[in-house]
Design a protein around this ligand. Structure first.
Ligand code: IMP
Ligand code: MG
Length: 172
């Protein structure tokens, strides 16, 4: 049985989300902000983020497949569900649970920069810095770790542990 080791508690996570929501609210004031969550992992972070914004925001989701059920990145990314929102003239903020190698974000940034959006940027609950192999300009991140495999707050291992309110590292 893998062991879960606490990394960030609920209080810390909520404080960091509130901080980032404040930055986004001031940066995008007077703009047409569209939050685009990356399913499934971002559903909890996006829900927390949007409730902490002080400006209005559109919400939509995309779905990509990248990891399968394992803990190793495949680098093989496919868009399996696109947004239905009209992004013309909107400022798109991609909302991810975690950025690891950067392949998923690089893929999504290039996908959305081909639209007529006013701007495209990204935001992640966790910036996992140790294995970055694609240069991704992560405009906002709440928490940062060097490595490890994290679960909780939307993050899963083989579809488990998404509902944990804290973030844990999975120890084999
Ligand atoms: P990247 O393309 O390597 O940056 O990987 C990004 C995706 O891999 C994220 O959207 C997650 O779904 C998944 N992922 C990367 N690291 C973790 C982790 O520590 N826990 C859970 N999922 C992860
Ligand atoms: Mg994900």
């Amino acid at each position: 049985m893998p062991i879960l080791e606490a990394v960030f508690d609920q209080e810390r996570i909520q404080a960091e989300i509130k901080r980032v929501a404040g930055e986004i609210s001031s940066d995008y004031k007077g703009r047409e902000l569209a939050l685009v969550g990356v399913l499934k992992g971002a559903f909890i972070f996006l829900a927390d983020l949007v409730r902490n914004l002080t400006i209005p925001a559109y919400v939509d989701f995309v779905r990509v497949s990248s990891y399968g059920d394992g803990t190793q990145p495949s680098g093989n990314i496919r868009l399996s569900q696109d947004v239905t929102l009209d992004l013309d003239g909107k400022d798109v903020l991609l909302v991810e649970d975690i950025v690891d190698t950067g392949h998923t974000m690089a893929f999504l940034l290039s996908h959305f920069s081909g639209r007529n959006a006013a701007s495209v940027a990204c935001c992640a609950l966790v910036d996992k810095t140790g294995r970055r192999s694609r240069g991704v300009d992560l405009k906002y991140s709440c928490l940062s770790v060097a490595g490890g495999f994290l679960v909780g707050c939307g993050l899963d291992y083989a579809e488990k542990h998404r509902g944990l309110p804290g973030i844990y590292s999975l120890k084999p």
